[in-house]
Design a binder for this molecule. Structure first.
Ligand SMILES: [Zn+2]
Length: 307
């Protein structure tokens, strides 16, 4: 460990995982807020974890293979405040992210899209506050342009914009949240919330999945897990060991690292159905030519412009 003190080790792990400034991480370490085993502050309460986890669930499903410049989940770095992380969003994906997070009832889909209960709070200096109407948990989106104001979606036939109702949860939102909060006796809900909120707080590690072409594919199975998949990004074993070193699994009961069985193409981290899976389809460079990579990236950028 190269003669570093444990305070310095905690700070460098924090900065490496979050992209947050090293001197600030060092202050947190000196104040005892982080340690080498838990170098990134967790969300402060169960509702805060749940809200952050739902944000990850929605962004992962919405962006899928529409991520650029290695900003997986559209996030470049984070200030991991326990009571509300500040997510520095990729400027070209920012409007898409806001539009996808805002809850709507979609008649064709016959259900709620977005994060149920999410409402817009204060906006200013390029920062948008997202608030959970029931718990007042918060997540902040920070744009590099201080004059940024998101393009808010306008009305469409068949779409009921639930987020416009500032004061209460709509029945359909409660219904969706009931399923989100259900545990079916598996004990996996709290672990899912913790794992997903921890991933949100470690963008500089998951970004490695986009190291080859700048993009990756993200998706979930129902409400349980998160899959981060690349064609030929960094080795999943390296990404997962970075995640584990950064405290992804700290304090989670029932985690048995012997069960992970990491392979050059896939690593699963978690307990039962609450999982973070990092996958890579080909070992070594894939067959995409520089022209194909350029064309794909440009098409993704164009798609975000219309959000
Ligand atoms: Zn590739």
């Amino acid at each position: 460990m190269s003669g570093k003190t444990s305070t310095q080790r905690a700070a460098s792990r924090c900065s490496h995982a979050t992209g947050y400034r090293y001197p600030d991480c060092l202050n947190w370490a000196k104040e005892g807020k982080i340690s080498p085993f838990q170098p990134v502050p967790d969300a402060s309460s169960p509702p805060q974890k749940s809200f952050e986890a739902f944000v990850v669930h929605v962004i992962a499903e919405a962006l899928r293979d529409k991520q650029i410049d290695s900003a997986i989940l559209g996030i470049k770095k984070v200030e991991p405040r326990p009571d509300g992380p500040i997510l520095y969003v990729h400027p070209e994906m920012a409007n898409t992210i806001v539009a996808e997070l805002l809850p709507v009832f979609d008649s064709d889909y016959d259900g709620v899209r977005g994060v149920p209960g999410l409402r817009l709070g204060h906006q200013g200096n390029g920062r948008l506050t997202l608030v959970d109407a029931s718990s007042r948990s918060t997540v902040f989106l920070q744009h590099e342009d201080k004059n940024w104001r998101p393009n808010l979606p306008s009305g469409k036939p068949g779409i009921n914009q639930l987020w416009l109702d500032q004061n209460k949860l709509i029945h359909s939102e409660r219904h969706t949240l009931h399923y989100w909060h259900s545990d079916w006796g598996t004990g996996s809900r709290d672990t899912r919330n913790l794992l997903l909120s921890r991933v949100l707080r470690r963008p500089k590690i998951i970004d490695r999945a986009g190291s080859s072409h700048g993009w990756a594919n993200t998706y979930t199975h129902s409400y349980f897990d998160l899959v981060i998949e690349s064609c030929c990004g960094d080795d999943p074993r390296d990404i997962s060991s970075n995640l584990i070193e950064s405290g992804l699994l700290s304090g989670i009961e029932g985690v048995d690292e012997e069960d992970f069985i990491p392979t050059p193409t896939s690593v699963n981290m978690g307990v039962g159905s609450a999982n973070i899976c990092v996958r890579r389809l080909s070992i070594g460079p894939c067959r995409r030519t520089p022209e194909m990579i350029k064309r794909t990236s440009e098409a993704i950028r164009e798609g975000h412009k219309t959000s």
